[in-house]
Design a protein around this ligand. Structure first.
Ligand code: MG
Length: 159
């Protein structure tokens, strides 16, 4: 069997008056959400870039540009499904995903299972093949100062 790996990274600024959506899950106890053209789901965006990278399909900005009105307020899980479909057209299916969300606040661990379930469903893998981890910025940098949230992901595809 043939395998490919990809990585993805994204960050978005925290903004008033926006819901916080991560891994397709709205975090109800968040005081602020993330700003961006789509729903600004930074975790799903990192996963999409990892998948596109593994499939040799460029990046999220190429497929879903933020200058395109079609993607204003877009549900990023829909974009993830499209990335999975594009990879499948090239003969690749998802083997596993792994991601880390770097967020100072709020605490996110109790949303882990819901995020893993949504990402796994969209990617067509078992829940334990869509792992999500959380870490803080240890008060350092833009994450630590509460200016934004970042996410890092890897994806493995199998032929
Ligand atoms: Mg993004």
């Amino acid at each position: 069997m043939s395998f490919r790996n990809g990585i993805g990274w994204d960050s978005h600024p925290l903004a008033e008056g926006r819901p916080l959506i991560l891994g397709g899950v709205e975090v109800p106890d968040a005081e602020r959400g993330l700003g961006g053209h789509s729903d600004a789901d930074v975790l799903t965006h990192a996963v999409i870039d990892a998948l596109l990278g593994a499939a040799g399909l460029g990046d999220i900005g190429h497929h879903f540009p933020d200058t395109d009105e079609r993607w204003r307020g877009a549900d990023s899980i829909v974009l993830l499904r499209e990335a999975v479909r594009l990879a499948a057209e090239r003969g690749w299916s998802v083997s596993n995903l792994d991601a880390t969300v770097i967020c100072q606040a709020p605490k996110l661990a109790h949303h882990r299972e819901a995020m893993q379930a949504r990402l796994a469903e969209a990617a067509g893998v078992a829940t334990d093949a869509a792992n999500v981890k959380f870490t803080t910025g240890e008060q350092m940098g833009f994450v630590g100062r509460g200016e934004g949230i970042a996410a890092l992901a890897t994806a493995a595809l199998k032929r």
